[in-house]
Design a protein around this ligand. Structure first.
Ligand code: BTN
Length: 273
C-alpha cells in the first residue's frame, strides 16, 4: 500500500493544476460528494476538491453504496461550474469517464473502458465508478459535483456487488501511485473541459461512445419499471442508451436508475467496440 495522503503531499502533488484547489482532505468522511455539495451550496468555486482516505457512507448511483477502505482507493469529489444548459448535464459523466480511462491508461498501462453510463472497467471488470450530482438554476447548470471512486488495491467480493469488480493493482500486478493517478485524472478533466458543450463526432461524446463496452451485445437493463432485454445498439449525444428490444422496437433509456448487465450469452469485452 502506498502511504496515506497528507495535506502537504496533496498541495505539492497537485501544484500547477487549474482543478484541485482548494483541496479538503479527510482521513474519514461519510461521502465526499455530500461534503462537496455542501461546500458548493455555500458558494465554493470551481476546482474545489474533496479527497478522503475512507468513506463510511460512500454513495454509488441508484441509491447503491460505495466501499472506500483507508488507503486502498481513490475517492474524491470535484466542484465544477461550467456554463452549460441543464440538458447538457450528462456531458459531465462523459467528461469524467473519458478522463478516468485516459488517466488509468497513462498511469497504469492498462486499457480502460466504460460501461454505460458511468462504470470504469479494466479487463471487463469494474474498477471504478462516477457519480455526478448537479444543481440547476432554471434551465442552466449552477454547479456539478463530479465524484470519482477507483479501486486501487482493494476490490469488493462478488457477494458484495452486483457486477464483478477488480482493482488497479490486481490488474497491473504492481504498485499504483494514488497521487499520480489523482493528478492525471484532474489534468485530463481540465484538458477535455472546453469540449463539454459540443455534440457529434470528434467530440467528447464521440470519445465516450468509443470507449463503451457492451455496444452491439445482448444485454438486460434493470429499470424501475422492470427488466428490458435486447441489444445495446448505441448511445445518443444526450447520454441515453438506445436498446433494440427483442421485439424489434427501439427503447431509449436514461441513466437514472437503470443498471446494465450482459445476458448469460454475452460478456463484457475488455476492448470496447
Ligand atoms: C457508481 O459506480 O455507482 C458510482 C460510484 C461513485 C463513488 C464515488 S467515491 C467518491 C464520491 N463520493 C461518493 O459518495 N461517491 C463518489
Amino acid at each position: 500500500m502506498s502511504g496515506a495522503f497528507h495535506a502537504q503531499m496533496l498541495l505539492h502533488g497537485l501544484a500547477g493544476l487549474r482543478l484541485g484547489h482548494p483541496v479538503h482532505l479527510y482521513l474519514q468522511i461519510g461521502s465526499t460528494n455530500d461534503e462537496a455539495k455542501y461546500l458548493a451550496d455555500a458558494g465554493a468555486r470551481e476546482g474545489l476538491l474533496v479527497v478522503a482516505e475512507e468513506q463510511t457512507a460512500g454513495r454509488g448511483r441508484a441509491g447503491r453504496g460505495w466501499i472506500t477502505l483507508p488507503g486502498m482507493a481513490l475517492a474524491f469529489s470535484l466542484v465544477l461550474r461550467p456554463n452549460l444548459a441543464a440538458q447538457q448535464a450528462p456531458h459531465l459523466t462523459m467528461l469524467a469517464g473519458v478522463a478516468a480511462c485516459e488517466a488509468i491508461e497513462q498511469c497504469c498501462g492498462l486499457r480502460a473502458a466504460l460501461k454505460w453510463p458511468n462504470d470504469v472497467l479494466v479487463s471487463g471488470k469494474k474498477v471504478g465508478g462516477i457519480l455526478v450530482e448537479s444543481a440547476f438554476d432554471g434551465d442552466r447548470l449552477d454547479y456539478a459535483v463530479v465524484g470519482v471512486g477507483i479501486n486501487v488495491s482493494f476490490a469488493p467480493s462478488t457477494a458484495e456487488v452486483d457486477f464483478p469488480a477488480t482493482s488497479l493493482q490486481a490488474e497491473a500486478q504492481g504498485e499504483v501511485d494514488r497521487l499520480g493517478l489523482l493528478r492525471a485524472i484532474l489534468e485530463r478533466l481540465d484538458a477535455h473541459y472546453p469540449r463539454l458543450d459540443s455534440a457529434g463526432d470528434g467530440t467528447l461524446y464521440g470519445d465516450w461512445r468509443a470507449r463503451l463496452a457492451l455496444m452491439g451485445e445482448p444485454i438486460v437493463a434493470h429499470a424501475p419499471d422492470g427488466e428490458h432485454r435486447g441489444t445495446a445498439e448505441t448511445v445518443d449525444s444526450d447520454g441515453a442508451l438506445v436498446l433494440r428490444l427483442d421485439s424489434g422496437e427501439a427503447m431509449r433509456l436514461l441513466a437514472g436508475d437503470v443498471r446494465l448487465r450482459p445476458t448469460a450469452e454475452g460478456s463484457v469485452r475488455s476492448t470496447p467496440t
